[in-house]
Structures are given as C-alpha cells and as structure tokens.
Design a protein around this ligand. Structure first.
Ligand SMILES: [Fe+2]
Length: 260
C-alpha cells in the first residue's frame, strides 16, 4: 500500500457479509482485499453475492504471448471490460511482483479544465470479449473515456484515434476527436505510462488472497514478470449495478458498427 492509496481489509463471517463489506469499500477506497485464504468455491461465493459474474479467466504467464494478459512484459494501466464495474482476482500462485492500481479520478482531476472537458467528449471502443449471451444485439461497444456523473472511466492503452490506426486488424479506437481531444488523451496517457511509478496502490498477493477493484475508477497494470513466472490468478468480471451502467453507456449511444 502506498502513501496515496488505501486498501480496505475485508472482514466478515459469511460470504454475504464479506460481499456487503466489499460493496461498501467500492464506494470509498475502491480497492479491497480478502485475506482468506480462499479457494475457488469460497471466492465464487463472495463474488456471486456481490453481483453478476459474467466472465472468468485464468491469468498466467505465457512467454510466447504478445497480448497483455499473458505476456511476461509490462502491462500498462488499463480498465477491463466496460461492463464490469468490479474486477477481481484470486491469487492462486503468487509472484514477488507488485500488482499496481491507479486512481483515474485523481489523474483526471490533475488535468486542466479544458483537458477535462475535451476528454469527456472522446469515446473509445471496448476490445474485450463480448458477452453476447447478455448482449446479443450490441456486438460493438463504445463508451466515453470519462463520464462525469457519476465519474466513470474506461481506458484501453492501445486506443488511438481511428484515423491513425485504420489499417490495424483489431480495432482499438477512439472515435474521431478534435485537436483538443487528442491533446487531452496525450496528457492523460503521459500521467499513467509507467505502472510502477504512477501507481496509487501497490499490492503483493499471497496464495488464497483475493482483491476487488472498482473498474470504473481504478486502472490496473504491472511491471514485467520473469518469462518462467509461475504466477497464476483467477479473474472475475462482475457487474453489481443491475446492468444499468451498460444501458446508460451503450444502449443510448450510437455504436460504431459501421466503421469497425
Ligand atoms: Fe486487465
């Protein structure tokens, strides 16, 4: 834990009690830890009491992988799936490396007023796996990088203005932006580039410990890992607000289907 960030230590006898404490922590510190030790069934009980788990994944290092989630290389700060307002990881095999979290509301507040205004007009494409069972009619998701009330952030580090990366096979785009929007994106990016230096919260998880993070507020990232790292995390994407946030951001917003 760093001087800037605080992390809630979750107590509670039952899974439901722990989930209530996590929900409260998401509204305050935005980062919460359950010491456990938890196994997958105990972890599932807590997470499913917190909200709707709509994706699970085992996270491990693959030295041949180039994409962030399994690459041993450094992972820049980002948010996960736009519909997961809580992202959580259970540590199954630990690694002597920090997991880093950065408070986007703090970074945003440090921008100029003009940059903040411009950034709120920029939308980004969500490149994560589409949860089509719950979303059969919206195969392409776009969302504002930041919306003000309540403050929500979405940041994918690969995102570039659409006209700069039109030839890329994977569309990680910002919708076309003004010069002011581009300057605001650059200013935001410059403040978050190096996870180890920019982080508000750093944490080393032990086996059986689980961390829960407000994915609308905190970005996550890490430094490089050894290519042979045994690190293994089990991740849930959780929606705790009845999908209302998804409706607000996607159903009422025009999709970019025609362009991507
Ligand atoms: Fe991630």
């Amino acid at each position: 834990v760093t001087a800037r960030g605080t992390i809630a230590e979750i107590e509670g006898r039952s899974a439901a009690a722990k989930a209530r404490a996590i929900a409260a922590a998401m509204r305050t510190t935005g980062v919460a830890i359950v010491r456990g030790p938890l196994d997958r069934p105990a972890y599932f009980a807590i997470a499913s009491a917190l909200g709707r788990i709509f994706h699970e994944a085992s996270i491990y290092v693959d030295p041949t992988a180039s994409y962030y989630v399994r690459s041993p290389g450094p992972v820049p700060f980002h948010t996960d799936h736009v519909r997961a307002n809580v992202v959580s990881w259970l540590c199954e095999v630990p690694e002597a490396a920090d997991n880093c979290y950065l408070d986007a509301t703090r970074v945003f507040a440090e921008l100029t007023a003009a940059q903040r205004t411009a950034l709120q007009k920029v939308h980004a494409y969500c490149p994560y796996p589409r949860q089509s069972r719950l979303d059969p009619d919206r195969p392409v998701l776009t969302t504002p990088i930041v919306s003000a009330k309540p403050a929500r952030f979405f940041w994918v580090p690969l995102a570039r203005p659409a006209d700069e990366i039109a030839d890329l096979p994977t569309p990680c785009i910002h919708a076309p932006t003004t010069a002011g929007g581009r300057a605001a994106i650059a200013a935001f990016r410059a403040r978050i580039e190096v996870p180890a230096e920019a982080a508000d919260v750093r944490v080393r998880l032990a086996a059986g410990e689980a961390i829960f993070v407000d994915n609308n507020r905190f970005m996550h990232g890490r430094g490089a890992l050894p290519p042979t790292s045994p690190r293994r995390l089990y991740r849930f994407w959780i929606n705790t607000d009845g999908w209302a946030s998804a409706e607000r951001h996607h159903v009422r917003e025009p999709a970019l289907d025609a362009r991507v």
